[in-house]
Ligand binder design. Structure first.
Ligand code: AOF
Ligand code: ZN
Length: 360
């Protein structure tokens, strides 16, 4: 196998824990000796062993001696004492000969020091193997560890003529089954899910994850004036946060207690930038933004969106009053349009999925 193939193998190991390591990264490690994989491991959950340690334990269980072996790790081995001791130290002690790394750890506590520690101990280090893939798998971690704000994925599903529902509000369903099950997977892997009060009043959604064995994201409702009815399904259990401004109804606030998070106000509405900062402080590293049109527009305008995912279904519904993914006032001129980078197209069942990164 080539270096890239071993690294891809390590990436696949890492991917198995998606949604389970937050706010830690996804990391995979493979130990190779004599052209054979003798140990493999990945970071399974926050607070648990790092990938490298699991790989060493795997090799030991099978009775392999790792001295002189080569190791592939998707992220630079850490150099700090966190919940666990530094992996770079373990690699040095085990006398590994060479370490291939996907990308440098952006955590300021590490940031190249892991590589330096190993090199100073005489270990050969080669960094940047499948760097793009290794960064993509940790795009959430990359943003969160450096900015302490959640990575926001704006997801929407629309018809070919750009409607997210019919003029009556009926929206079951715009996209096909495969697309919808992908969205359930996103709910299962991102830490929070965010909608505006308009969506709650119109659809009374549950915003839970319906995937078998999945886990629910924290529901975040942007409700500046606390208009939410106490019977709303999103309030079914304690796993929610209501974002409001200080001029919300004080009676309602009292009844909803500590689930209400007050933010700065921007034109009488929740200041999304401030909200992101506060959610980041509460350890929320990622958010699936499921609109509607008004909140989507505010989010794009506020510059909090890190990735957009549009599902486009081969259906036409028409109607000037049918809701669309991004509403509000909108921009006046084409040359003001938000442009997108890294555009990817993928067919999901009968739908087209387009993903991209808004330019800042
Ligand atoms: C690695 N291998 O598998 C992971 C790393 O609190 P701790 O001890 O779990 O440390 C968390 C930090 O360690 C995290 O922010 C990131 O910088 C690094 N994660 N490093 O060598 C791993 N998960
Ligand atoms: Zn580590």
């Amino acid at each position: 196998m080539t270096k890239e193939e071993y690294m891809r193998y390590a990436l696949n190991l890492a991917e198995q824990s998606r949604g389970r390591t937050s706010p830690n990264p996804l990391v995979g490690a493979v130990i190779v000796k004599g052209g054979r994989i003798i140990g493999e491991g990945w970071h399974k959950k926050y607070g648990g062993n790092h990938a490298e340690i699991n790989a060493f334990e795997d090799a030991a269980r099978a009775g392999h001696d790792v001295q002189g072996a080569e190791m592939y790790v998707t992220l630079e081995p850490c150099s700090h004492y966190g919940k666990t001791p530094p992996c770079a130290r373990a690699i040095i002690e085990k006398k590994v000969k060479k370490v291939y790394i996907g990308m440098e750890d952006p955590n300021p506590l590490v940031a190249g020091q892991g590589i330096r520690m190993m090199e100073e101990a005489g270990i050969q280090v080669e960094a940047g193997i499948l760097k793009q893939e290794c960064s993509k798998i940790n795009e959430i971690f990359l943003k969160y560890i450096t900015e302490k704000r959640p990575f926001v994925v704006m997801k929407t599903a629309m018809t070919l003529d750009g409607k997210i529902a019919a003029r009556t509000g009926d929206s079951k369903w715009v996209s096909g089954e495969e697309s919808r099950s992908l969205v359930q997977e996103m709910r299962n892997s991102l830490t929070g899910i965010m909608v505006g009060i308009g969506t709650v009043l119109a659809d009374d959604p549950r915003l839970t994850c319906r995937k078998e064995g999945g886990r629910d994201p924290v529901r975040i409702i942007v409700d500046s004036h606390l208009k939410i009815p106490l019977s709303a399904k999103v309030l079914q259990d304690d796993n929610y946060i209501l974002a409001a401004t200080s001029d919300c109804d004080p009676e309602k606030k009292k009844r909803l207690g500590d689930r209400v998070l007050l933010t700065k106000s921007r034109d009488g509405q929740v200041d999304l930038d401030d909200l992101m900062m506060q959610l980041g402080k509460r350890g929320i590293d990622s958010i699936l933004l499921e609109g509607g049109g008004r909140l989507n527009e505010s989010a794009l305008k506020a510059g909090i969106v890190d990735r957009v995912i549009f599902f486009i279904a081969p259906k036409i519904i028409g109607g000037k009053d049918a809701p669309t993914p991004v509403e509000g006032e909108g921009l006046a001129r084409m040359d003001e349009a938000i442009s997108l980078d890294n555009v990817q197209f993928e067919k999901i069942g009968e739908d087209l999925m387009i993903q991209a990164i808004p330019k800042r």
